[in-house]
Design a protein around this ligand. Structure first.
Ligand code: C5P
Length: 227
């Protein structure tokens, strides 16, 4: 079984969340999708008609809302003030606004604190946790024994994202998906606070030519060596 934290970072469409969940299930570990937490705050802002670019309003809203996130890889889920928002945090509207919300330093501070508490509690309870995000290896869990940075070309990532939308029954405009993926990369990589980047000691894995199963095999091997 996994001991401690596996930090899985990278841009959207690398298969990060799917792979993190499966790896956690295989290792008997917990699983934390930190992107879902930023998405819940974003959804709350949109529902409250708060401008995602209004940092002060977004920060104050983030302080007030109740956010629950599941750590069981076989039953992932997110709740906002008690309501199941697992589906509604994956819309194009949330995609378009989430980078602005996640660039607010107060929001990051609040969520990183929550993430560290969840990680500590889960490691205490089941021994290990796979955490996926953008800043896990650099900020949230810099002492993680295994850090992996997943990459893939933007075309491949947009195609995967489009396929996810199709599978979920959402209409897909592939050119718009590619534009949205590129825009989010640009915003996430260029923000002042905790930009998306690989930790110096992260293993980089290009998943462009790999299936989810192949990525999972590679990570299982790495976790066996370092976990
Ligand atoms: O992983 P996912 O694509 O669901 O993340 C949604 C957004 O949340 C990212 O585009 C990024 O702006 C933000 N995020 C972040 N830090 C994390 C995880 C996600 O800033 N650790």
């Amino acid at each position: 079984a996994l001991r401690g934290v596996v930090a899985l970072d990278g841009p959207s469409g690398t298969g990060k969340t799917t792979v993190a969940r499966k790896l956690a299930a295989n290792l008997g570990a917990g699983f934390l999708d930190t992107g879902a937490m930023y998405r819940v705050v974003t959804l709350a802002a949109l529902e409250a008609d708060v401008d995602p670019a209004d940092a002060a309003e977004v920060a104050s809203l983030a302080e007030r809302l109740r956010l629950d996130i599941a750590t069981d890889p076989s039953a992932p889920g997110a709740r906002l003030d008690g309501a199941d928002v697992g589906e509604s945090i994956r819309t194009a509207r949330v995609d378009a606004a989430v980078s602005a919300v996640s660039a607010v330093p107060e929001v990051r501070e609040l969520l990183v604190r929550r993430q560290r508490a969840i990680i500590a509690e889960t490691v205490e309870r089941v021994g290990g946790i796979v955490v996926d995000g953008r800043d896990i290896g650099t900020v949230v869990a810099p002492d993680a024994p295994l850090k992996v940075f997943l990459t893939a070309s933007s075309e491949v990532r947009a195609a995967r994202r489009g396929a996810q939308d199709t599978a979920a029954g959402r209409p897909v405009d592939q050119a718009a998906v590619l534009a949205s993926v590129r825009r989010r990369d640009e915003l996430d990589s260029s923000r002042a606070t905790s930009p998306l980047r690989a930790a110096d000691d992260a293993v980089e894995l290009d998943t462009s030519e790999l299936s989810i199963e192949q990525v999972l095999t590679a990570l299982t091997e790495l976790a066996g060596h370092r976990g």
